[in-house]
Ligand binder design. Structure first.
Ligand code: AGP
Length: 591
């Protein structure tokens, strides 16, 4: 979950490295560093904290590497920040070297002194020991000993104009940009200025030298690559472009839904028609927010298409009994398309004969490469660690997919297609409710814990609301099926304990109201979110927020918006940075 960048530029590369690091910062922000190779060797600046700490650093030289870190091995500190030096080598790494302890012990026994507590420094040492003037061979030899996951970029003091990079289970691309040739962990970080890029596959190496980018396979045989233009709408704008990214991205939900709907209408589903028609059951795999969208998909697919959907968090999927079989449809959802757990789940599902449909925001991601069919949502760049607009777009894509399934199974167009078109304007209307949410956040700013409840199709909203509050506002929050309240969680409800109820499914209004009555009778603070005048007017809730009315099945896409915004406001009330939540990073590329 670290971001890596390497540049061989026409002029000095320091500015290009810094700019790329700012765009990569969502991958981790506990430390950052740059190494530039100039006439007098390396100039290195690495510091604990955000990329802005490197702003005053400048060094002349056209070859360099940079890194923004999300700590795995070794606490965030200056010395654990990358790049790591060893002999003539400077290295940046994303991933985890799982056998680093054994390698480190071996190197220490042989007299090597380590300056950091990281697993990455072990690779730098191995490369340095293997280096005899041929950087590609040295990197190849060293990585032959590493187990785990890595994307590395390496430069050598006596090889100006050259970068060697390698990938195994951590994303890596190479391309040409306005500033020169680069390697990078992420497409969004370079999409805005990149001309053409190509992706490295697992086990491949990249060498930039003599103005060329060459790819090699695991035996160092040249690999031809197709270079392509990255999706321009993925170009990541750093958070200082004005306000917080999270707020900006919530405001972009209507436009993102519009773009996604247009893209879906142009998508040809014929290549996956057989799989959609034939599927007798579906496995839906994803993590975090994306998993919540899988829950919403389950609701629609089971109720309207009549196909059972087994939702599984991707990290658990591979450790459960392997039930996936030929003919099963596997729906994998991931904003980034690079989440390691989701990729592993998809690999396993494919080995077992499943047909994989991916829903992702990154059409050129690893997930898209693995999947049999990919639906690319058009949420645009999402920089804030908290997923917001991508969630709304995932729901739209997944419901559209369910509608296509119904069409292919029954040869009949469900009226969903026209209903889905109403989502963007309903989202706009919801955004106009934010002043009510400001008041709620203001009154709850000191709350130590809270519940989010919902039943049926509203359960995913409850869970997503709770996840947002946890990650952004750092307040304990639990998202529950409302019916579960009385089976234990009610024990915590006392004077002023906040409970948010989302009730948008008419047959369940009464049940939801019962739960709110239980909360109120214990002195809890109840907030109700519903589109139903009847449900609102008859409720005992302390606060009632009226949502725009849509067909009930589509309400989760709208009902979540006030909760996303509530989490953002709670975060501000508590003096935190919504774009850089504690301990988290945007794209989780380690298992
Ligand atoms: C959401 O706010 C989180 N940051 C996180 O749960 C995220 O959704 C999860 O890590 C999955 O990411 P992906 O969609 O890129 O696979």
């Amino acid at each position: 979950m670290c971001g890596i960048i390497g540049y061989v530029s026409e002029g000095d590369c320091c500015g290009a490295l810094f700019d790329a690091l700012r765009r990569l910062e969502y991958r981790g922000y506990d430390s950052a560093g740059i190494a530039v190779l100039g006439e007098k060797g390396f100039s290195v600046c690495k510091k604990q904290g955000g990329v802005s700490n490197l702003a005053s650093f400048y060094a002349a030289g056209n070859t360099g590497v940079g890194h923004t870190r999300w700590a795995t091995h070794g606490a965030p500190s200056d010395k654990n920040a990358h790049p790591h030096r060893a002999g003539k080598i400077a290295l940046v790494h994303n991933g985890i070297v799982e056998n680093y302890a054994a390698l480190k012990a071996e190197l220490e026994a042989d007299g090597e002194l380590f300056l950091s507590e990281t697993d990455s420094e072990v690779i730098a040492k191995l490369i340095s020991r293997a280096y005899r003037g041929d950087l590609l061979r040295a990197v190849h030899a060293a990585l032959g000993r590493a187990e785990g996951a890595y994307a590395v970029a390496v430069i050598a003091e006596d090889r100006p104009g050259e970068i060697v990079a390698a990938r195994y289970k951590s994303p890596l691309i190479a391309g040409c940009g306005r500033e020169g040739l680069f390697v990078c962990s992420d497409i969004p970080a370079v999409a805005a200025g990149a001309g053409y890029i190509a992706k490295a596959e697992d086990g491949e190496f990249v060498r930039i030298a003599d103005g060329e980018i060459c790819f090699y396979d695991r035996d160092l045989r040249p690999v031809p690559k197709v270079f392509f233009r990255p999706q321009a709408d993925l170009g990541a704008a750093p958070s200082d472009a004005g306000g917080y990214c999270m707020r900006r991205e919530i405001g972009e939900i209507p436009a993102a839904l519009r773009r996604t709907f247009c893209a879906l209408e142009k998508t040809d589903f014929a290549p996956c028609a057989r799989a959609l028609r034939g599927a007798k059951r579906i496995f839906a795999v994803a993590c975090g927010t994306a998993y919540h969208s899988a829950l919403a998909f389950r609701d629609a697919a089971e109720r309207d298409v009549g196909v059972p959907v087994l939702c599984c968090t991707a990290g658990e999927f591979r450790y459960r009994p392997p039930l996936t079989e030929r003919g099963d449809l596997v729906v994998a959802v991931s904003q980034s398309g690079e989440t390691a757990d989701t990729l592993e789940a998809v690999r396993l599902a494919k080995e077992r004969g499943g047909y994989v449909v991916a829903v992702t925001n990154a059409g050129c991601s690893s997930l898209a490469s693995l999947a049999d069919f990919t639906l690319v949502m058009r949420a645009g760049a999402e920089i804030a660690v908290a997923a917001t607009k991508s969630y709304n777009c995932q729901l739209l894509c997944l419901w559209y997919l369910a509608a296509e399934m119904l069409f292919f199974k029954r040869q009949k167009y469900p009226d969903w297609f026209s209903s889905l078109q109403k989502l963007p304007s309903a989202a706009e209307e919801t955004i106009s409710l934010f002043s009510e949410i400001d008041r709620i956040a203001d009154s709850l700013k000191d709350a130590a814990a809270m519940y989010f409840l919902g039943r049926g199709a509203d359960e995913c909203t409850a869970r997503e609301g709770a996840l947002k509050v946890k990650e952004i506002a750092c307040v304990f929050a639990e998202g529950l099926a409302a019916g579960e309240l009385k089976h234990g969680p009610l024990a915590l409800v006392r004077e002023g304990f906040p409970v948010f109820m989302t009730a948008t499914q008419p047959p369940l209004f009464k049940k939801c109201e019962n739960a709110l009555a239980e909360v109120r009778s214990r002195g809890g603070f109840a907030a109700l979110f519903s589109q139903s005048e009847e449900a609102l007017s008859q409720s005992c809730a302390d606060v009632k927020v009226r949502l725009p009315a849509l067909p009930a099945a589509l309400m989760p896409c709208i009902a979540v918006i006030p909760l996303q915004y509530f989490a953002y406001r709670m975060c501000l009330e508590r003096g935190l940075d919504p774009d850089k939540p504690k301990n988290l990073a945007k794209s989780v590329t380690v298992e």
